[in-house]
Design a protein around this ligand. Structure first.
Ligand code: FAD
Length: 469
């Protein structure tokens, strides 16, 4: 039986984009209905993405730090990992966060509907929930259905030894030999986790370099570490097939420097994500998807249909939780009659590897390709007292200033906590800071954050920790 409902603002998808949009709209006085197919809110980020991966990276990071302490004369006993307890630890963190969202939802009187939603028309949504069907007529809707892993055609993903990122974070087992297809951020973070837990890692990347969007100088410290840690890294190499034997998987490769095949106990395929826009009845709305299934929007996150907004991963790259959250708030505000636009100068990207790599604004590669004149200040962490104290000299803080305006237009940081440090660069870009502004902002000593100010002192000409240029 189909029940008919009339609603004010519907949000489809309860990930970071969706719940932020729902909460902001409720705070602005809209009556909000949040439709989520899963029993929990939080989407990919909280349940099978950002949070579980960072929880596990924290654990393996501490293990790595204890190893580094050997050089300082401190050794620990044999390490053992109780996989069930580690899993419970990870699930506990996720539960804390998702139940916090439930409370926030209740406190704001946001109506929750658990079910799969698809458009019947540009004004109505069908929600299949248990054995019920709800037909919801709405005034406005925000699409926030997120994304899912891309599968490689011809690879039989039904074999339980062939994983996507969700399988990898489920911690089903620690394979002795793990082959990771895709050397982007998700693949490299998984390599870090499973290496830390005892797997032997082989990374296969189709492009010339790992983590393709980041500048090469930022990646160098990670590449040196990865070459030491992992059994092999094959770049410019394609996966051509996986043969499922009883005892092992045979992973077939094609690349100048790669063998024809390698054996694995598990294979993680992490070759990108695609928007969940192909089975939500978008064809009934009048919206035409852009290539790759992306929903095109204006700066208010409004689609080509006035009362239909789209946010987060469905709007394409970069597919990041913080982008989804900001877009969600923007859409909620625009739908509530406020002037709001999503026009960031800078969206930070972070690979939470060891060392971390973070970048924001324009990369040096982009500046070169675009023929944009720039001045660069690059401060090596070997000259940072704090980095040495932390046994983390493998790092760099790079600042890129426009020659024309003198303002910071891009920055990259590699090293311990680079993901935390890059927020200052994002703020500096958004505020239009020049080298002098950053150089004269007093940073605490001794900190890693100082390296950012020291990078701008290089351009400012006031550096004393290195010789001036
Ligand atoms: P999602 O989080 O994908 O949420 C979409 C929601 O919609 C889901 O809950 C889904 O169940 C629901 N849904 C889908 N279709 C329907 C439907 N038809 N009806 C009802 N509900 C539906 N980003 C970062 O910024 N930092 C990180 O460190 C980071 N790490 C990551 C690690 C991994 C392993 C992965 C896979 C991703 C990571 N990301 C990270 C990316 C981040 O998770 C996503 O960019 C973010 O979750 C996108 O948010 P969203 O709201 O657009 O969609």
């Amino acid at each position: 039986m189909r029940e008919k409902l009339e609603r004010d603002l519907v949000v489809l998808g309860g990930g970071p984009g969706g719940y932020s949009a729902a909460f902001r709209a409720a705070d602005l006085g809209r009556s909000v209905t949040l439709v989520e197919k899963d029993a929990v809110l939080g989407g990919v980020c909280l349940n099978v993405g950002c949070i579980p991966s960072k929880t596990l990276l924290h654990v393996t990071g501490v293990l790595e730090e204890t190893e580094r302490l050997r050089a300082a004369g401190v050794t620990f006993g044999n390490v053992s990992v109780d996989l069930q307890q580690l899993k419970a630890h990870k699930e506990g963190i996720i539960d804390t966060l998702t139940s916090g969202l439930d409370d926030l939802c209740k406190a704001r009187s946001v109506e929750r509907l658990e079910g799969y939603g698809s458009f019947l028309s540009e004004r109505s949504l069908l929600v299949k929930t248990g054995n019920k069907e709800l037909e919801i007529e709405f005034d406005d809707i925000i699409i926030a259905t997120g994304s899912r892993p891309v599968q490689i055609p011809g690879i039989r993903a039904e074999d339980p030894r062939i994983w996507d990122s969700t399988d990898a974070l489920a911690l089903k087992e620690i394979p002795k030999h793990l082959v990771i297809i895709g050397g982007g951020i998700i693949g490299m973070e998984a390599a870090e986790i499973y290496h830390g837990l005892g797997s032997e890692i082989i990374i296969v990347e189709m492009m010339k370099e790992l983590i393709p969007p980041a500048d090469r100088d930022l990646k160098q410290p990670l590449l040196s570490a990865a070459r030491k840690k992992y059994a092999a890294i094959y770049t410019s190499t394609k996966l051509t097939g996986i043969e499922a034997g009883e005892k092992a998987l045979t992973v077939q490769l094609e690349g100048k420097k790669a063998p024809a095949s390698v054996e694995a106990d598990a294979v993680l395929v992490a070759v990108g994500r695609k928007p969940n826009t192909d089975s939500i009845g978008i064809e009934h709305t009048g919206i035409t998807l852009s290539p790759g299934g992306i929903i095109p929007t204006d700066t208010a996150m409004r689609s080509t249909v006035d009362h239909i907004y789209a946010i987060g991963d469905v709007t394409g790259n970069p597919m990041l939780a913080h982008k989804a959250v900001h877009q969600g708030k923007c859409a909620a505000e625009a739908a509530s009659g406020r002037k709001s636009a999503f026009t960031p100068l800078a969206i930070p990207s972070v690979a939470y590897t060891s060392p971390e790599i973070a970048w924001v604004g324009m990369t040096e590669n982009e500046l070169k390709e675009g023929g944009i004149a720039y001045e660069k200040g690059s401060f090596p962490w070997q000259a940072s007292g704090r980095a040495l104290s932390e046994q983390a000299p493998a790092g760099v803080s790079k600042l890129l200033f426009s020659t024309e305006t003198g303002r910071l237009i891009g920055a990259g940081i590699t090293g311990l906590h680079a993901g935390e440090l890059i927020a200052e660069a994002a703020l500096a870009i958004e505020m239009g800071a020049a080298a002098e502004d950053i150089a004269q902002t007093i940073h605490p000593h001794p900190t890693l954050s100082e390296t950012f100010a020291l990078g701008s002192e290089i351009v400012d000409g006031s550096i004393t920790d290195l010789l001036p240029r």
